[in-house]
Design a protein around this ligand. Structure first.
Ligand code: NAG
Ligand code: NAG
Length: 212
């Protein structure tokens, strides 16, 4: 009799601790996964909310975006997107326009696509861009001196004085030429030249990448 009760008691306490163990496990799993879901939703809202306005803006002028990711950790992956026909470099996307227009119209065409005429911030950026260009054409830049007083200004308000200047030698040389272009001269390679704004040229548009 005594033996049996002891035996039952041992069985009971074994069963009890198993229940405790399992319910503990289940509760932890539920807690962990709800934390995970909450943090996923938060991250999603945080990153998607910021870029969704630009995304929907871009969707009006670009039918598809190409995105790629840099970084190793799955959770830290940053998706960088450009319109599918644009070239990607650094934090920007570039379109080499095959249309020839006056400077102001070229800028308007870029703006209609959520971009602006290109602003060249470094020699590396220019080296990337010129690989996409045709050596027998010239392309408007987002750089102008619309008062003709030598006060060159970038279209995105980047201070001209802080930027690289990659003018051809002896350029700019004529105050009536109030817009800047990039052109290949066989003696010197690619460089900037001042040109009349109301001449038809190709152009380069630039926009910031969308990060997802
Ligand atoms: C470069 O432009 C010239 C003049 O428009 C054109 O004839 C030539 O085919 C172009 N070259 C390339 C590689 O696109
Ligand atoms: C300015 O340089 C261009 C070469 O781009 C040359 O054809 C033009 O004659 C020069 N103009 C003046 C006023 O020096």
């Amino acid at each position: 009799m005594e033996q049996e009760r002891q035996h039952q008691g041992r069985e009971n306490s074994g069963w009890c601790s198993q229940v405790k163990l399992w319910s503990g496990l289940v509760i932890s799993i539920v807690l962990l996964s709800s934390c995970f879901i909450v943090s996923c939703v938060a991250t999603y809202h945080f990153t998607y909310g910021k870029s969704s306005r630009r995304l929907s803006e871009l969707h009006t002028s670009h039918s598809s975006l190409t995105c790629f990711s840099e970084g190793t950790g799955v959770t830290e992956k940053n998706w960088e997107c450009c319109p599918s026909t644009w070239k990607s470099f650094g934090s920007s996307c570039y379109l080499i326009s095959t249309e020839r227009n006056f400077w102001a119209q070229s800028e308007q065409n870029c703006v209609a696509m959520g971009a602006h005429l290109v602003v060249i911030n470094s020699e590396a950026e220019q080296n990337f861009i010129v690989q996409q260009l045709n050596e027998s054409l010239s392309y408007f830049l987002g750089l102008s001196d619309l008062q003709g007083n030598g006060n060159w200004q970038w279209i995105d308000q980047t201070p001209y004085k802080d930027n690289v200047r990659l003018w051809h030698q002896h350029e700019p040389n004529f105050s009536a030429e109030e817009c800047a272009s990039i052109v290949f001269w066989s003696s010197r390679g690619w460089g900037w030249n001042d040109v009349f704004c109301d001449t038809n040229r190709n152009s380069i548009c630039e926009m910031k990448k969308v990060y997802l």
